[in-house]
Design a binder for this molecule. Structure first.
Ligand code: MSK
Length: 659
């Protein structure tokens, strides 16, 4: 935290005290408790999760159940149809993976539809922001560009992208972007995705009662659907968003609730798709709206973000994130938010209840995501999005007059640098003419950088907010591991001051030297949830650069989600493990913990099959130990292992993490 927080109001409910590493969150929960407003945090304190469901041992797929397989001798027990515990647990996680893949990929589909419509001149106010990337993607897709206008190329790229969703046979085009050895393995194992939608639908079919009853087969199909997301839906979302909204380059901003402004109309944008952020920003910057705001006594209009809409708009327009997923209700509790405008994913239904205690307008905008209640639904016509945005911003501005006289905006905010797209990382390391990852590979080989870690994913009200992410990131950089962050973990890192060049002070000597030379922070913000695909691209590029093996599974690299909550996180885990990555999840434990057979298969079984694995470790210290062990084993196998001391936290660092 860079600034002192204001004294919080009194009326602290001890049951929700210190549920976050972020003092700002605890302050806002004091307000909720004092006013008797329920939040996700207070519900987490009063409602216990179902332990049978949590470990994947409950089958509710048919009307003979639900069948709960628990207790002594559970491995011998069966559901009414005879389903074994491992089949039940495999079906449960498979359906979560299908759900996550559907969410990311449907997001990608909407961007493809948008690009095609831009190419056909059907969307007002949008053009192609990154022409270089448009041509690069056209090349990936084998699209002829000679003699075509930019808009015609955009139309054809949009079309080809849309085909990837409905394709029934063959291979997704982006599979070719994986290391050659990985592609061969996928073909041998018959897990190359044929079409993005096809794999998701087939996974739902397989897991309906009476179809696939072999846990290995169910999990192979899960990996296939997840690969269709990682190397398909999500990768397309990332690429096409860069084409339309611009490929991110480093940008300065600030994170936490202190970015809200007492004398401004505050509009929060929340969800996942950058189109919402883009048009709301355009509307809010129009002289007409600013004039209206001033005429009503505000100094201006302030836009801030929550969740991945925050990441998308932060990276491209410098919009400050007000917080990660668990901050959505806390932001409304300030009483200083005129409108919370949402699109899709990670939006709590409870937001409507919290907002009803204040003047805040909760505005849904997607036909796929309505909340009901007292909220407002202003559907964004994809062909005329600015019309809806103008209407929303106008209503938000007019709502300024209804703001309570006693809003409480904490002052805490931390400066940050975000926007390290994989293109920018290459440029940063090699310059415009020789953009390359060579310096990165060389410094991994010489041991200055011990390895790479992607710290990604959510926050979860069942575990203290931010503790896992902050602990893991700080310990890894102290041990010379270069960290990239996405999603809510990126916002968490930003809130806690880990996304600035000054973070070097916590880095090990080798990593610090590299960061000083290149001029980068040791923790790089690379984007939103769908931008985990950028991490796949970076890993493939590192392999291709040479000197660190022939496949992603050879790299001294790990993927970690210390505080996951969403099924989308499980999909990411499955596509990273299926791509050869060692994945570690923290927080709430394994969703297949009920079946030892499945736990073993997704660790050692997957390691044997894919060279990657998924393990669940709830203690952040264990996560760090496992991550460093995985990195060191990979270094030893590559014969680049130089003995390195494990750096332990000093007392000050530990005290800061002590919750
Ligand atoms: S928003 S999926 S809580 S990262 Fe992408 Fe955050 Fe997880 Fe949603």
């Amino acid at each position: 935290m860079t600034e002192e927080t204001k004294a919080a109001p009194t009326g602290v409910d001890k049951s929700v005290e210190r549920v976050s590493l972020d003092p700002t969150a605890n302050e806002m929960l004091d307000i909720a408790a004092a006013r008797g407003i329920e939040t996700v945090f207070s519900r987490a304190a009063s409602m216990k999760p179902c332990t049978v469901g949590a470990e994947g041992s409950c089958c509710k797929l048919c009307a003979m159940g639900p069948c709960r397989i628990t207790g002594k001798g559970k491995d011998e027990k069966r559901g009414l149809c005879g389903a074994t515990l491992e089949t039940i647990a495999a079906r449960n996680i498979a359906r979560s993976i299908a759900g996550g893949a559907a969410a990311h990929s449907d997001h990608g589909r909407d961007v493809a539809l948008m690009l095609k419509a831009i190419g056909e001149g059907e969307i007002e106010g949008f053009s192609i922001k990154d022409e270089v990337k448009l041509y690069k993607v056209a090349t990936y897709m084998g699209i002829e560009t000679d003699g075509k206008s930019i808009l015609e190329v955009a139309r054809d790229v949009g079309d080809k992208a849309l085909q990837q969703f409905g394709q029934q046979t063959g291979e997704l085009v982006y599979i070719d972007r994986a290391p050659k050895k990985r592609q061969q393995l996928w073909r041998k194992l018959n897990v190359v995705p044929r079409g993005i939608d096809r794999e998701i639908v087939e996974l739902m079919h397989r897991t309906t009662p009476g179809v696939d009853q072999d846990y290995e087969s169910i999990l192979d199909a899960s990996v296939r659907a997840a690969l269709g997301d990682g190397w398909g839906g999500s990768m397309l979302a990332t690429d096409l968003q860069d084409i339309v909204f611009g490929t991110p380059v480093p940008v300065r901003s600030s994170a936490n609730l202190g970015v809200l402004k007492e004398d401004h109309v505050n509009i929060l944008i929340h969800g996942h798709e950058p189109i919402l952020a883009s048009v709301i920003l355009d509307a809010a910057r129009s002289p007409e709206m600013i004039e209206l705001a001033k005429s009503l006594g505000a100094a201006g209009i302030n836009i801030a973000g929550i969740c991945c809409t925050a990441n998308e708009s932060l990276m491209r327009q410098g919009v400050p994130p007000a917080g990660n997923m668990l901050h959505q209700e806390l932001a409304v509790l300030t009483g200083a938010v005129e409108a919370m405008v949402v699109d899709v994913q990670c939006i709590f239904q409870g937001l409507a209840d919290v907002a009803s205690n204040f003047h805040t307008l909760l505005v849904t905008t997607s036909p796929k995501a309505k909340i009901g209640g007292s909220g407002l639904h202003v559907e964004m016509d994809e062909h005329k999005p600015l019309e809806a945005a103008n209407s929303i911003v106008r209503q938000a501005v007019e709502n300024f007059a209804n703001r309570p006289t006693d809003p409480f905006i904490p002052t805490a905010q931390s400066p940050l640098v975000a926007g390290f797209s994989h293109e920018y990382i290459r440029y940063m390391l090699g310059g415009k003419m020789r953009a390359s990852l060579r310096p990165l590979n060389d410094n991994i080989i010489n041991g200055r950088i011990r390895g790479l870690a992607a710290v990604v994913g959510c926050s979860n009200a069942r575990t203290p907010q931010d503790v896992g992410v902050v602990h893991v990131v700080r310990e890894l950089i102290a041990n010379n591991v270069l960290v990239v962050v996405t999603g809510c973990a990126a916002i968490t890192s930003g809130k806690h001051g880990l996304l600035t060049p000054e973070t070097m002070e916590f880095a090990g000597e080798g990593l610090k030297e590299v960061c000083e030379t290149v001029g980068i922070p040791p923790v790089l913000h690379v984007g939103s949830c769908v931008d985990n695909s950028r991490i796949l691209t970076i890993l493939s590029d590192v392999v291709e650069e040479g000197g660190l093996g022939e496949d992603i599974s050879d790299l001294p690299a790990v993927g970690i989600s210390p505080e996951w909550f969403s099924e989308k996180a499980l999909t990411i885990a499955a596509y990273v493990a299926g791509s050869g990555g060692h994945v570690i999840f923290g927080g709430v434990g394994s969703p297949v913990a009920g079946s030892e057979i499945l736990v073993d298969y997704m660790t050692s079984g997957w390691e044997e099959r894919y060279g990657g694995k998924l393990e669940f470790l709830s203690d952040p210290a264990d996560i760090v130990t496992s991550a460093l062990d995985a990195i060191d084993s990979a270094r030893a196998a590559l014969k680049i292992d130089v003995a390195q001391e494990r750096v332990l936290f000093d007392m000050d660092m530990r005290r800061e993490l002590d919750v």
